[in-house]
Design a protein around this ligand. Structure first.
Ligand code: FAD
Length: 404
């Protein structure tokens, strides 16, 4: 910083768009950049452009609370998130980039006998999938999380489901790492380039209209998270997706106090501590559909109340910042990675509150689909048609929700 940024090298090129590409990825968030990376690194496809309307990493990938885990219970989600976590575990070597992946463990608290049963069932599903899960009782929680209120809190703590391989990562470093890796393999990363139309001829995509001109392409992937409905509408599609704001908060930097990620689903609250010392926390959605990445005060109050009942010491910390991102909420809380009825047009969306942990898995599986026209085994159930037929729904919103 003292050099005034002089002689700093660009991490990736800043090319102008070419007239045509084999593949265009719309959206330069975590999922779009990871897709481009794996298209080039695994499938040898480098005549690829990622078109981003703002700057790379300025969307949800740089706004989330960075929790990475593989603790889903339903077939479909279970294998996908397991695949994604394994990719996380080798990501820094793969990208030669420090994404600060920290497997500090995730603990989902439970507060009744029924919730304990559900946690045990989910833990068994995680173990069956080859991942790790340990059921903690109240005494274990007291030992591991001594700062929680065990005596007067509104919902007494019965125990927790502990996922030791879960943790956090530095969110924007993930975007930067994938961006640099894709660029090094010849992918054009084009920012300030909003897609305004999708060209279709005889049921086949032929290209896009953008604020930087028309660009032709044989295949197009829509990977725009909270803007999925808007962009899909450009191809005449109506998606089963609602967009909502999710807010998050960070306090001033404190000495290390919270060793794990702790979630409190009963009160809509979860928390971890960043490597810089800030307590990073959040809660539930602002419950009205919106494309504004800014939330409202009632949810701020709700999250603070939940935090204070679980962890009264939180009241001593000063809040530094709050912000919001736009969630692409699917009806069953599970995502879509699929072809569409338009040839050459592919869709990746519906990540709800939980798409950060999915970044490597989603990019890997979406690249596989776009390159081979066959779904990747780990994402084979993420079909768009399940919302039309009702067959294959994976209703696991609760796991995605308050557990982030
Ligand atoms: P984005 O980064 O939003 O990328 C989409 C990009 O598309 C944007 O950059 C946007 O500018 C671009 N775009 C949109 N329209 C166009 C257009 N017309 N033309 C060109 N580009 C366009 N997930 C977890 O797993 N763990 C968490 O702890 C977690 N916490 C969260 C907390 C908050 C507050 C928020 C907001 C989200 C959280 N998430 C979490 C969810 C996660 O961040 C998202 O699911 C994920 O980042 C979405 O995928 P993305 O990174 O590709 O999205």
């Amino acid at each position: 910083g003292l050099t005034g940024n002089r002689r700093w090298e660009r991490a990736w090129r800043k090319p102008d768009p070419k007239p045509s590409y084999d593949i265009i990825i719309i959206g330069g968030g975590g999922h779009g950049l990871a897709t481009a990376y794996y298209l080039a690194a695994v499938h040898g496809q480098s005549n690829v452009a990622v078109l981003e309307r703002g700057y790379f990493g300025g969307g949800n990938v740089g706004r989330n609370t960075t929790i990475v885990r593989a603790n889903y219970g339903l077939p479909g989600n279970s294998e996908f998130y397991s695949h994604s976590l394994k990719l996380w575990e080798g990501l820094e070597q793969e990208l030669n980039f420090n994404v600060m992946h920290s497997q500090r463990g995730v603990i989902n608290l439970f507060h009744s006998d029924g919730q304990r049963d559900a946690a045990a069932r989910r833990g068994n599903a995680m173990i069956n999938q080859g991942d790790d899960a340990i059921l903690l009782d109240r005494g274990d929680c007291r030992q591991m999380l001594p700062y929680l209120d065990f005596d007067q809190t509104r919902f007494p703590i019965y125990g927790g489901l502990y996922h030791p391989r879960g943790g956090t990562a530095r969110h924007d470093a993930v975007a930067w790492g994938f961006a640099r890796g894709a660029d090094q393999r010849g992918v054009d990363l084009i920012d300030n380039c909003e897609v305004t139309g999708i060209d279709i001829q005889n049921g086949h995509v032929t290209g896009v209209q953008t604020t930087r001109g028309a660009i032709r392409a044989k295949k197009i992937g829509i990977v725009v998270a909270g803007n999925s409905s808007r962009v899909a509408a450009m191809a005449g599609m109506r998606l089963p997706i609602e967009s909502h704001v999710l807010q998050a908060f960070v306090t001033e930097g404190l000495k290390p106090v919270i060793d794990h990620v702790v979630t409190y689903g009963m009160g809509h609250f979860y928390i971890s501590q960043s490597d810089k010392g800030g307590l990073v926390f959040g809660g539930d959605l602002d419950f009205y559909p919106s494309y504004a990445s800014r939330g409202n005060l009632p949810m701020v109050e709700h999250v603070m109340e939940a935090g204070m009942t679980l962890m009264p010491m939180l009241g001593k910390a000063r809040l530094l910042r709050s912000w919001g991102g736009i969630m692409d909420m699917s009806p069953d809380g599970s995502p879509i990675i699929d072809r569409t009825g338009i040839r050459g047009l592919y869709l990746n969306c519906g990540w709800c509150y939980g798409g950060f942990k999915a970044v490597p898995g989603s990019g890997n599986c979406f690249a596989h689909l776009m390159a081979t026209d066959r779904p990747h085994d780990a994402a084979a159930r993420y079909k768009l048609s399940r919302f039309e037929t009702g067959f294959g729904l994976m209703d696991e919103e609760g796991t995605g929700a308050q557990h982030n």
